[in-house]
Design a binder for this molecule. Structure first.
Ligand code: HEM
Length: 129
């Protein structure tokens, strides 16, 4: 229907695009030296398989953007509390995310909406000031 807005999920190109962007995002995030200065993050990234994180984050983004997936992982607070993530580490993560969106030529409007969505999880994830 012309008068029905396409969901963010649809405008991003669906699961095929989202899974690739998430995969590239985690490939850049996981080895990042600045984030791994935090010993709790470094411990977790060595213990938790990248494929597992890619699966869960893809399902999370798919559902949150209006796609057909159902996220069955743990809540954001529960899965990040032990990582002691600081505001600076959050900002570094956003910087990496924006870089990946740019690489994939995600349009301005869709990038903004994704960043807003990301922002809604910040209070649950950042625990150190
Ligand atoms: C600086 C920011 C972030 C860092 C360093 C980070 C790192 C991690 C790490 C290391 C884990 C595995 C934890 C463990 O099992 O011990 C994890 C889990 C997870 N993260 Fe993040 N994360 C960040 C932000 C985010 C954001 C913004 C989202 C989603 C919008 C997200 C989604 C997830 C999901 C879905 C899981 C899996 C939950 C589960 O195991 O059930 N993360 N993250």
């Amino acid at each position: 229907q012309d008068d029905e807005e396409a969901s963010l999920y649809q405008r991003l190109g669906g699961l095929m695009s989202i899974s690739v962007v998430v995969s590239d995002f985690l490939d850049a995030l996981i080895p990042d030296p600045q984030l791994n200065e935090n010993p709790a993050i470094d411990e977790a990234r060595q213990r938790v398989p990248a494929a597992y994180l890619k699966y869960h984050v893809t399902a999370f983004v798919c559902e949150a953007t209006g796609g057909p997936c159902q996220y069955h992982g743990r809540g954001m607070q529960e899965s990040h509390a032990h990582l002691n993530i600081t505001a600076e580490e959050w900002d570094r993560m956003v910087e990496i995310f924006v870089g990946v969106l740019d690489e994939h030529d995600v349009p301005e409007r869709e990038s903004q909406e994704l960043l807003e969505l990301l922002g809604t999880t910040r209070d649950d994830i950042v625990t150190e000031s």
